[in-house]
Design a protein around this ligand. Structure first.
Ligand SMILES: *Cc1c(COP(=O)(O)O)cnc(C)c1O
Length: 441
């Protein structure tokens, strides 16, 4: 890579890098739990002229002219989101999951308020993090963050300890949390909303659910149904288990609609990403049609991969609970090394996954650069059509590198060979090449 080249040569280098990336990913096993691939139709929306336009505000109340078709699409998108998640209100404008979270924080709380969410090693996302970790909740909105008590054996929020902790906050400390956030980034099992909803509501605590990771499983009826179980606001990313382009959305009870609308615009966005709204709308139609079948296969694949890795001497967490009920599994990799090192090694043979802080890491002095865990998600490989037998093959590749310590280079060709059979996006109206390069020039 040249740093001092001419604009022309750097221009060519950038275009070349895009193509090289595309080729690399078409030859890889993509296992990052927050990633997925959209259909060709969604990708078409993303390069459409919508991406050049300004709308701002709500359909019908725009700040700019030229929004005839943009409004049509956004109204469809809102309507589809409400149907898909059975919600009274939907705002599809947030440009990412973090933006959706920040809009909700702004809509329902004031800086200085107290909240309860998951700690990062227990699966919490940085957007619910404390100020000292530069978390969005603490740093940007000035919230004071407390953690849900977490049961590591169950890999879930501890209901009784949570009740004790919050009772103490209310009764002894006279400092009632404003809201709680269920959901997380390391997210294996449905969270106990139902068991805590009445308790929380009796203290006037608002219940939020961050569905960034599991929104597609919820849409496909294969996880929990937060809005029926007691959650009042549900935030999400649109691209992890959902079929959308990168973006965010908020679903809520009607009573939150006005404050949320204002917090999204003009609060945290001026123009939202109109091409992304079109992509989300298409993705929601695909989810309605294929979501159940897809989500069912995702959970099957995750369980199968958990079992296959367990059978090959890897410490997949939550064995006692069947490893997972979601699209993810988590491995305690400390028997063979540290998360960051193993991540790099697997990347050498085109297996792309990420290191993960796991419960106990902080105590053991491990750090997010080289934590004790690996997180694996099967959303993307399922979208490409892989099923349980491919999970066995992938587990074997991982075993060869991690357990048998084979040189990753000797595994690469087998990885590419497996991937060759899975090049098209499935669970969409017009399946097409997943990583085909879009040529406009
Ligand atoms: C990924 C994630 C987000 C943020 O989503 P972006 O779309 O990346 O901004 C928020 N919350 C949780 C729990 C997540 O895992």
């Amino acid at each position: 890579m040249s740093t001092f080249g001419s604009p022309e040569s750097i221009y060519q280098e950038i275009l070349f890098a895009l193509q090289k990336h595309q080729k690399w990913f078409s030859e890889s096993i993509p296992l990052i739990a927050s990633e997925n691939v959209p259909s060709p139709a969604v990708r078409e929306a993303m390069v459409s002229d919508f991406m050049n336009r300004y709308a701002e505000g709500w359909p019908g109340e725009r700040v700019y002219a030229g929004c005839t078709y943009i409004d049509q699409v956004e109204l469809h998108c809102i309507d589809l989101a409400k149907r898909l998640f059975r919600a009274e209100f939907a705002d599809v404008r947030p440009i990412s999951g973090v933006t959706a979270n920040l809009a909700v924080y702004s809509a329902i709380s004031e800086p200085g308020d107290r909240i309860v969410a998951l700690a990062i090693p227990n699966g919490g996302h940085i957007s619910v993090g404390k100020k000292e970790f530069s978390g969005t909740a603490g740093l940007v909105h000035g919230l004071r963050v407390d953690y849900f008590p977490f049961n590591k054996d169950e890999m879930n929020i501890d209901v009784d300890e949570t009740k004790k902790k919050i009772t103490k906050m209310v009764e002894e400390e006279k400092d009632t949390p404003k809201f709680v956030v269920f959901g997380g980034s390391l997210f294996l099992f449905p969270h106990p909303i139902r068991q805590l909803a009445n308790f929380l509501k009796s203290y006037g605590i608002t219940i939020c659910y961050d569905a960034a990771h599991v929104a597609g499983l919820i849409a496909g009826n294969q996880f929990q149904d937060p809005l029926r179980e007691g959650a009042e606001v549900m935030m999400m990313s649109t691209h992890k288990t959902l079929f959308g382009p990168q973006g965010g959305a908020i679903l809520a009870a009607e009573k939150f609609s006005e404050p949320i609308k204002k917090a999204v615009f003009p609060g945290v966005t001026s123009n939202h990403h109109l091409h992304s709204v079109a992509g989300k709308a298409i993705a929601f139609t695909e989810m309605m049609k294929f979501g159940q079948e897809y989500a069912t296969q995702v959970v099957r694949n995750a369980k199968a991969l958990g079992q296959a890795l367990h059978d090959r001497d890897l410490s997949v967490m939550a064995e006692n609970k069947g490893f997972t009920e979601s699209h993810q599994i988590v491995i305690d990799i400390t028997k063979y090394g540290l998360g960051g090192d193993v991540e790099k090694k697997l990347e050498k043979c085109n297996i792309i996954l990420n290191r993960q802080l796991i419960p106990g890491d902080t105590k053991a002095g491990r750090h997010y650069m080289n934590p004790g865990g690996l997180r694996i998600g099967v959303s993307e490989i399922t979208r490409l059509g892989m099923k349980q037998s491919e999970m066995e093959e992938i587990a074997e590749f991982i075993r060869r590198v991690v357990v048998k310590k084979e040189d990753p280079k000797s595994v690469t060709n087998d990885v590419i060979e497996l991937r060759n059979h899975f090049q098209k996006v499935q669970y969409c109206f017009e399946p097409g090449d997943a990583y085909q390069y879009i040529k406009i020039r």
